[in-house]
Write a new protein. Sequence first.
Length: 293
Amino acid sequence: MEIIDGKLISAQVKAELQIEVDKIRLAGGKIPHLAAVLIGDNGASETYVASKIKSCEQIGFKSTLIRRDSTSTEAEVLEIIDQLNKDEDIDGFIVQLPLPAHINVDKVIEAIDPKKDVDGFHPINIGRMAKGLPAYISATPFGVLELIKRYKIETAGKHCVVVGRSQIVGLPMSILMQRNTYPGNCTVTLVHSRTQNLKEVCLQADILVAALGKPEFITADMVKDGAVVIDVGLTRVVDESKKSGFALKGDVKFDDVAPKTSFITPVPGGVGLMTVAALMHNTLLASKNEIYK
């Protein structure tokens, strides 16, 4: 069993991006510029956005944070997006999710210019990805692919089971793993909360991607010997033994499952760190016009 070190790989990706930015600066080119829109005071969102801004500083990107309180109207958020779409200095931007309940998430995402949609959530980017065209790939699935690639995990001809069907992770992951490329060329099964024989399907997986959002849902009796297990889940659970009062848990019951695997990602320290690195990668692509030429 080998633990897939997301901290190590994300640091490698950021270092590579920093080298590219240094070359751009020396050549007098345009420095990549990422903007983030944060609506409300969700604690997890505050943490995520702060890590993205910090990563920009580390790599050498410009960054802009636009904050509004939770009483902001949908129209006000759409106006911010319109301004960012028109700002020629902004290469890419994100609207941090979740949004307050009174704001239509789909309307917000669809208002983002696909050329600046570095989160890869816009229907045009999802559609282009599905067709195998150049597109911004959602940051978490992109991060998973990068981990698989850098650990040289074989995927061709393997049975990949993706647990969870969200448009942010599960759905794009299922599409990406069956593409005629590496990583890819898998036979893919997508299961979810309504799948009746979920355990039996999971036991068939050579590569199991857990993205259900239910802490420690995947147990040892759902994983076959030698499987590769990628844990995308990240949930705060109450833990009075911790100073913070909570612990971070993945969708996989790590201690029980790990001994059965060939490779496994930990939580924390696995996929989550790669998500930010992948967002930085997409921002560099946007600044160089490498997707929409």
